[in-house]
Every structure is written in C-alpha cells, then in structure tokens.
Design a protein around this ligand. Sequence first.
Ligand code: PMP
Length: 407
Amino acid sequence: MSLADRFAKVRADFPILRRRFHGKELVYLDSAATTLKPEPVVKRIADYYLLESANVHRGAYALSDEATRNFEEARADVASLIHASPEEIVFVRNTTEAVNLAAHSWAEKNLSPGDHILITELEHHANIVPWQILAEKKGLKVVAARILDNGQVDEADLFAKLKEPVKLLAITGCSNALGTFTDLSKIIPRAHAAGVKVLVDAAQLISQKPVNVRELDVDFLVFSGHKLFGPTGIGVFYARHELLKDMPPWQGGGSMIAEVTLEKTTFNEAPFRFEAGTPHIEGTVGLHAAIRYFQALDFDDVRAWEHALLKKATDGLRGIPGIILYGDVPDKGAILSFNLRGAHHSDVGQILDQQGVAVRAGHHCTQPLMKRLGVPGTVRASFSIYNNDADVEAFLKAVSKARELLT
Ligand code: PMP
C-alpha cells in the first residue's frame, strides 16, 4: 500500500474532518495545539463508561479489579512508549501540571536559595511560569539560554550557562511555536557533567520523534495525552526512579497514603504517592488506546508523510511574495510558523478561517520567544497523520487570498 493510501485510511478514522465550516470542508492545521481523536480512542472511552465504569485501587469486586487492571496496563504501556518502568510514570492532568509537580515536589525539596534554574528562550509558558513562581517563593533565579535567529538553541550560550549555581535545566524537546528541535542527546550529557538535572518538555516531541528516556538518560520528562491523539485532562510525568522514590508528595488526599491517623500520615510508594484522589480513569484508558493507535503506524512512515506535507507547504509559502518564515531549518517537527509582511497575524488567521482552514495565530504561549523574534505573534500551521495534499493546497490558496486582501 502506498503512503498516500495508508494515510487516507488513517484520515477516515477522524470523522470530524467531514465537518464543514463557512461552507468549506474543515482543513485542520492546528495539531500542535491539540490533535484530533480517532474513533477507536473515543470508542474506548465510551466503553469504559458504558461497560466498565468503576473506581480503581479500592473495590472488593471483579468490576473494580478490571478497572484497576486496565488503569495499570495503561501505565505500563505509557512506560514502554518512552522506555521507562511503570513505577516511574505518574498520571497528571497535562504537561503543565507535570512541570508544576516537578517544581513543587522535587525542586522545592532539593533547591536552595541562590540556586538557578536554566531554561531557554524557546520555552512554552508551562515551562517558564512554574519555575518563576517557585523562584519567587524560594529565592531562586530563572535564567534563559539564548536562541539563534533561526529558532535553534544557541548551544554555546547554553553550555556556557551550565555551571554553578544552576541545579536544573528545563528544556523543550521541540518548540511548539516554530517546530525546531533541541539536540537532547548532546545537551543532557553536558548538563549531567556539570551536575545539573534535566527536565524535558516533550509535549510536542512525543508525536514527532521516538522518545527513549534510558538512551537520553533524562531525569524528568513530561507530556500531554491530547497532543498524541488521546483525551484532554490526562498527562504524564516521568521521573527516574531514584529521584521519584525520594520526592515528597505535593497534593494530599485519598490513594496517596499508607496510613492516616488524626495526628499523622505516612505516604504510599511512588508513583501512587503523587496521584491523590480518584484519577482520570477514562483518560488513562483513552490515552492507552491512543498509544496503541499511534504505535500501529510506523514512526518512519509518520515522519515521511508529515514531512512531505511540511515541505510542500513550506515550498509553496516561499513562492508567495511577502512571506516571512520563522524556525526555517531542515530538520524540524511538522510545524510551520510565518507572517505576511504588512499584515497582522490575527487578520491572516481570520481569512484562513473563512476559507475553512484552521490555524493558530498569536504568541502560542511563548511570549518571550515572540519578543526575541521581534514580532507580536505568528501564524502557525501544524501537520499530522490525518492531513493530506489537498489540505496543503487549500492552505496555500487561502494564504494567497489573505495576501490579496491584506497587502
Ligand atoms: N509545552 C509545549 C512545548 C507545548 O506545546 C504545550 C501545549 N501547547 C505545553 C507545554 C502545555 O501543554 P498543556 O496545555 O497540555 O499542559
């Protein structure tokens, strides 16, 4: 079967793509914000509610045992997706909550006044703001490595900054605003050599490249289910076992305890110590279904397909006068960021919407990056497994129309 045939079959699993907006078939180019969900994932969630609904870890009956088994199997498959062990996987709401967990548990315990947290100018607000809040509380400092004009991290600057009193490097694996990658296999060993722990924001990376936490030798890695064809409200916090087992709880309540008296509580072991209360059970089984769906596709095929779309779109934009591209490097995720000279990004976004083309226009929760690029925002088109050549053609036609109308 050709790649086009294979991905036409994939597309058929996403009924939302048959909807029409403004009289036009939906062209969804905002997968970097959230991916669409295939039917098997939604069906799996419906099955949980219709046939399997029970709480986990506490029932004395078969239905609850089944729910617990499904919940823990989801954890095991999330672990195998990133080559971790199940006891290193904590279920959280999303990437944002996972970074906050790292900040308010590990970092709060292990960092002292005067210590620095190193980030980069590429980061999403989710990997900036939690560190600033903690810094304010504990007398720490957040410093940022610079980027180059092409949207890649300035490694020379980053390596120069990896020194006392930096204790943690919190860095994205793939920029959500530009699509540029960071070279983690080079950066992580340099950080460790300087005695610095590393947290990787894999919110975008997880759908763009295979992730192996053992090979990367990363300390913490975080991502959201909804950017990997899974439901919203479920995310993953990975921490190396040696670190996780000594991390203090950050939220108290049911399930995370060993024993409670009115005077004192002892806590459950990791990862359960970090999952207070009834978890997002349907989210975990939905994420499990999403991982199975994604893993049934060959990653090389996914890359080849998305990159062909990215290249066609990028080459097409280059042919339109007045286009400014950001993060325009050969090896990048399937994310395209641009502006039209003389036009505001919001106006471009609106005209594209009128043509049925859904893109993101704005700062993409990366205001410091936009400031560094000297723009208030960009237009971002991101491609995924369900997009096709016709989507790219509709996108290019809509951008040409925006140019006609706005410049
Ligand atoms: N980091 C990156 C790189 C992202 O792309 C996003 C989502 N746009 C986040 C963090 C935050 O993810 P969430 O909103 O799911 O917590």
